[in-house]
Design a protein around this ligand. Structure first.
Ligand SMILES: *Cc1c(COP(=O)(O)O)cnc(C)c1O
Length: 403
């Protein structure tokens, strides 16, 4: 029987079935079963030996068939050649960093990273990776001159990228950064969580590793914590697996199943979320109770040119804005009925958070100001609801924000 999978099928088609129905057998289930077993038995010593050598399943920390199905699916999602599932987005990022050191057979000397990184990643690099002797150099990756100069001067082992930045949704030219990294022999790792593969697929434009918090758009329903690393080169896979299995940062099979289920509707959801976000951003920019809007799809965004030139024509589902009357912040948030005050992103529900007291709470007011994050900046993660209902809810909130 031929495999019921054709790489020529359209992206949306492949995402519905990627990872499923493998291997095809008469009477196979249409959806992947949950393999809760930690242990696999073997018919004879040769099979036992093969499983322990990585050709088959032996023990839960080394692999699980449900996780393998998700790994095939995320490989297809990011147009990579292999993937690893991990316990969370943070362990995906850490595993990718450790993999580069493993390939070099020495500690990484220098990592160049964005100045406005995701909070937990800033902590990972500053309070952990740096303590093992790696120098962390940050720069503004939207500034070509500063980026080129920093990479040239510091000759890093890793160039670490995020698309988009949180919460101002700055856009970087991934192909350009990856080319700069390649010139000095550095590996590129990109956190593509906020952009999603619907907006860009970094492995197709020169990145080596793509990391995701699968907790966000891949799961999409706010009910599973997980992470994935997808790679552009199969040679990275043994080290990735070895590190994750040794440190035990493994994704549970139940979460793998939930995320695999989420991934089937990821294109549908994210395309709708991007469309909703575009409409909401346009509507907010025309509203008299709104002072500024940050959305990469708007012509007024500071990286609009990069976004138009390098992205897929979709600009993500996060929107940030400032009220014309910042003192009305509490009234705005407290009067919302549909939009949920919550600190995550990427779910099917539209959520609102205040970065100064949520994602960027750990920074000092001066650090926040230096990054352009005021105490009254509002961040939306736009969901799949009918956009008119979201806009009506925001409108009544904005009305309440007036003095
Ligand atoms: C949530 C998030 C992470 C961390 O992922 P976890 O699954 O919470 O560990 C990393 N990067 C970005 C951009 C995120 O939004």
């Amino acid at each position: 029987m031929a495999p019921r999978y054709n790489p020529k099928w359209d992206y949306e088609t492949r995402m519905v079935i990627a990872g499923e129905r493998q291997p095809p057998q008469p009477g196979s289930p249409t959806s992947t079963p949950l393999y809760s077993s930690t242990t696999y038995f073997h018919e004879n010593l040769a099979e036992f030996d093969a499983a322990l050598a990585g050709r088959g399943f032996a023990y839960g920390r080394n692999g699980n068939p449900t996780n393998t199905a998700l790994e095939l699916a995320v490989t297809a999602a990011e147009s990579g050649v292999g993937a690893l599932t991990t316990a969370s987005g943070m362990s995906a990022i850490y595993t990718a960093i450790l993999t580069v050191a493993h390939l070099l057979k020495r500690p990484t000397r220098t990592i160049v990273a964005p100045r406005d990184m995701y909070g937990a990643t800033t902590i990972l690099l500053r309070d952990f990776v740096a303590h093992y002797g790696t120098i962390i150099v940050t720069c503004d990756m939207t500034n070509r001159d500063e980026l080129t100069q920093t990479i040239h001067t510091h000759q890093p082992d890793i160039v670490y990228i995020e698309q988009f930045s949180n919460p101002l949704l700055r856009v970087v030219d991934v192909a350009y950064i990856a080319a700069c990294a390649q010139k000095v022999g550095a590996r590129t790792i990109i956190d593509n969580t906020i952009a999603t593969p619907i907006v860009q697929q970094p492995l197709t434009i020169g990145a080596d590793f793509v990391c995701h918090s699968a907790t966000k758009y891949f799961s999409g329903h706010g009910d599973s914590t997980g992470g994935v690393v997808v790679v552009a080169d199969e040679a990275f896979m043994p080290a990735l697996r070895h590190i994750n299995a040794t440190l035990g940062m493994v994704l549970g099979p139940y979460e793998a199943l939930q995320i695999l289920r989420g991934l089937k509707t990821m294109p549908l959801r994210v395309i709708r979320q991007c469309e909703n976000a575009m409409q909401i951003a346009q509507w907010l920019s025309a509203h008299q109770s709104v002072a500024t809007v940050h959305y990469p799809g708007l012509r007024c965004h500071q990286d609009a040119e990069t976004a138009q030139r390098t992205l897929s024509g979709r600009f993500g589902a996060m929107v940030s804005f400032e009220l014309a009357h910042p003192t009305g912040l509490r009234n705005f948030v407290d009067s919302l009925q549909l939009v949920l005050p919550a600190s995550t992103l990427g779910d099917i529900y539209t959520m609102v958070s205040i970065p100064a007291t949520a994602s960027h709470r750990g920074l000092t007011p001066e650090e926040r100001r230096a990054r352009g994050i005021s105490d009254s900046l509002i961040r939306l993660s736009v969901g799949i609801e009918n956009v008119d209902d979201i806009i009506a809810d925001l409108d009544s909130g904005l009305h309440q924000s007036k003095p």
